[in-house]
Design a protein around this ligand. Structure first.
Ligand code: PNW
Length: 468
């Protein structure tokens, strides 16, 4: 398809913030160094005896100065990274606090501040301390208390420097992978119950983290706190009302699952109703979706200072008959026919999604905390640049034409990293040589392109005509 000429050379507002993102487990390595305790992802790959694991990754535990230098040379306004809970609290609790781990993040944060790069800190990007998982992890509601202790320590230590806190990264995926379908840490395959219990506990944990900041730190530090949610844009296969209903149901089950409790109060009605009905038909005494009390609904509702969204692709959905009652699972509860083609780049996806979020949840401001695509190895990553142009063009239309208040964009990722099981899936704008003990970093074409975009704020699509 053609990118319209009218979209050539549009300018990002002066206040718009460009950044890149990473996550502790995916880049740090040094999995047991200087007192760090194991996280569930360390255990997961060690147990599997996988050939690939996060033991060294990009070795950012040792090479963080070079990473900060790259962030500076790119001209980033902010750098999103995560704190490894088990690096600063080896068993996840207050009886083990690791000074060396604290030093690592203090040094990183201070170096960023010195270069005028805003640290945007994810408190929890899936790497739960193993001991907390042994106690039940996100299936044990006491997780909320452990999380409180951890986040309070982070706010206390780093609150003077950090103005943007992200409580949880993509709880949806964590609940799917770790507690629903068991394909990642901690490996629980409980598709009809576990993932809902996980979501119940993680929402309470997020809300607690937000409230703690509000009550104990906000006056002093004036930072902002939010949760990072993720969804593809969901497109209906046709304009048929049944397909449109499937589209909306999917969005409610996927994005609304976490967004509704935080931005409106309680689970989406369609989830409450459908899961309750199916549970009844399964002869259960109560719904597999745990009920929030009125107090809990109010405690969780409003725990946001912005809407942080990760998005990568478009999925297409169409209507299907409800799955028969039998094996309880999220996907049977949802009962839509969905498919994703990750090589198709939809030039309207981001605009539609951002407008949907704005209309539905009215969050005041939106930050794109992840967007990007993987390419095969190499420095000439033209496909990445094409993808970025299309998504950023869509983003600019949203800001300039639709007046949606999107305040920042965090490209995933600063560098190639451990994509939760493989080093082949390369999301970085900087190449990492995983065969070299130095983990040598080399700028790709896209890094130079992004550097230029940040410097000029001008998105130039004139050289970009067609794709696919
Ligand atoms: C996100 N999906 O994960 C994570 O936040 C990152 O850690 C990860 O590296 C990045 O996206 C790239 O994959 C996702 O299946 C994993 O829809 C899977 C999905 C979405 C996001």
């Amino acid at each position: 398809f053609l990118v319209q000429n009218s979209l050539a050379t549009k300018t990002f507002p002066e206040s718009f913030m460009f950044g890149t993102g990473t996550a502790a487990f995916q880049i740090e390595g040094a999995w047991n160094e200087d007192g760090k305790g194991p996280s569930i992802w360390d255990t997961f790959f060690h147990k599997k005896n996988a050939t690939e694991n996060g033991d060294v990754a990009c070795d950012s535990y040792h090479k963080w100065k070079e990473d900060v230098q790259n962030a500076k040379d790119l001209g980033l306004k902010f750098y999103r990274f995560s704190i490894g809970w088990s690096r600063i609290m080896p068993n996840g609790t207050l009886n083990s606090v690791n000074q060396k781990g604290i030093e690592y993040y203090s040094n990183l944060i201070k170096a960023l501040k010195e270069e005028d790069i805003e640290p945007v800190v994810t408190l929890y990007h899936w790497d739960m301390p193993q001991y907390i998982s042994d106690l039940g992890g996100a299936l044990n509601v006491q997780f909320v208390d452990y999380f409180e202790d951890y986040v309070r320590l982070c706010y206390t230590l780093f609150g003077a420097y950090v103005k943007y806190w992200l409580t949880l990264n993509e709880p949806t995926i964590q609940c799917f992978v770790g507690y629903g379908y068991g394909v990642g840490a901690s490996g629980f395959a409980l598709p009809g119950d576990g993932l809902y219990q996980c979501s119940y506990v993680l929402l309470k944990a997020h809300a607690r983290a937000y409230r703690i900041y509000d009550e104990e730190f906000r006056d002093q530090y004036q930072g902002k706190v939010g949760i990072v949610l993720e969804t593809n844009w969901i497109e209906a296969e046709t304009e048929d009302p049944l397909d449109l209903e499937a589209q909306e149901r999917y969005l409610q089950f996927y994005l609304g699952w976490f967004a509704n409790p935080v931005y409106k109060g309680n689970w989406p009605d369609v989830m409450i109703d459908r899961i309750a009905n199916r549970s009844k038909l399964e002869n259960l005494a109560r719904s597999r979706l745990p009920a929030f009390t009125q107090d809990e609904i109010e405690y969780i509702n409003g725990t946001h200072d912005f809407f942080a969204i990760n998005t990568y692709y478009t999925s297409t959905v169409s209507y299907q008959e409800d799955e028969p009652i039998g094996t309880p699972s999220y996907s049977n509860d949802l009962s839509v026919d969905a498919s994703t083609n990750s090589s198709y780049i939809d030039n309207q996806a981001l605009r539609k999604l951002l407008n949907y979020i704005n209309d539905r949840y009215n969050p005041g401001s939106i930050i794109i905390t992840e967007n990007g695509r993987a390419t095969s190895d190499g420095l000439e990553d033209i496909e990445r640049i094409e993808y970025l142009k299309i998504y950023l063009c869509s983003l600019l239309d949203t800001i300039l034409e639709d007046n949606v208040n999107v305040i920042g964009y965090s490209l995933w990722s600063l560098m190639d990293n451990f994509e939760w099981g493989t080093y082949e899936t390369r999301f970085g704008i900087i190449r990492v040589d995983f065969d070299s003990p130095n983990r040598t970093r080399t700028w790709k074409e896209s890094a130079r392109w992004y550097q230029n975009l940040i410097a000029t704020r001008v998105l130039d699509n004139s050289t970009f005509i067609a794709n696919n």
